[in-house]
Design a binder for this molecule. Structure first.
Ligand code: MG
Ligand code: ZN
Length: 242
């Protein structure tokens, strides 16, 4: 157990809380040709816009809301992750925040299917909603026509997780003694640069975040402690110490 009286655990979602990437998974399950098209176009079209466009295409060919929901509910998700967060939350001193480049519907659908719909105090992500015809309408969190974020660490235009984390911390009445960040991707590098030397990054191995920590961590002044995990059962071991 740490001495912290008030602690925050920040979760990325895809490949961090869940064992797959929601944006890609539903197309791999329901329309692999669209998944291939996304892979081809990903360097030309901003990712959130590309997912929104692919959702319109899948809807136009008759794929239903129920099919998408079912694909999400059956996406790989480790039972140890549910145990890890449930046990930590039950000890009462931890606030959970989700910071994700997926979208509000994908995340809430999966959390609800695991009985975790009340886990997070806030879910900061791209907004999405079903319309009456069963189309999932998705937008960037940062409106492309409005003021853009000023991140220079390389966050995607739809959202800077570092700025979002700082804004969240600014909205809190009390400070957190300890902040932990669970992530795997290149876009999780910006927020972990904002952490203190007493904070902890739980970095999933063999993915973009680990590579950025190795190549840029020192030069960019990364201060937080780094602990690595591969399967959710290993994150559970760490959480049992918090
Ligand atoms: Mg991720
Ligand atoms: Zn950023």
């Amino acid at each position: 157990m740490t001495d912290a009286k008030r602690q925050l655990v920040v979760f990325d979602f895809d490949w961090s809380m869940a064992d797959q990437d929601t944006d890609r998974w539903i197309f791999e399950v329901l329309a692999p040709d669209l998944r291939r098209k996304m892979k081809t176009l990903k360097d030309e079209i901003q990712w959130t816009d590309l997912v929104a466009q692919s959702l319109r295409e899948i809807h136009a060919r008759g794929v239903t809301k129920d099919q998408i929901v079912q694909a999400l509910e059956t996406m790989p998700y480790h039972p140890a992750m549910k145990r890890a967060v449930t046990n930590l939350k039950s000890r009462g001193k931890t606030t959970f925040l989700c910071l994700s480049n997926a979208n509000s519907v994908f995340i809430s659908t999966i959390l609800k299917s695991k009985g975790l719909e009340n886990l997070f105090q806030e879910i900061i992500t791209n907004p999405a909603e079903w319309d009456n015809s069963g189309l999932l309408k998705l937008r960037r969190r940062v409106d492309p026509l409005g003021v853009q974020h000023t991140c220079e660490v390389g966050c995607s235009p739809n959202m800077c997780k570092g700025e979002e984390l700082e804004a969240f911390l600014g909205r809190q009445e009390e400070k957190f003694d300890l902040i932990c960040y669970v992530g795997d991707g290149t876009n999780d590098f910006c927020p972990i640069l904002r952490l203190r030397s007493t904070d902890i990054v739980f970095c999933r191995t063999s993915r973009g975040l680990q590579k950025r920590i190795n190549s840029e961590g020192q030069e960019k002044g990364l201060k937080a402690q780094i602990k690595y995990w591969g399967g959710a059962w290993e994150l559970e071991e760490y959480f049992d110490q918090l």
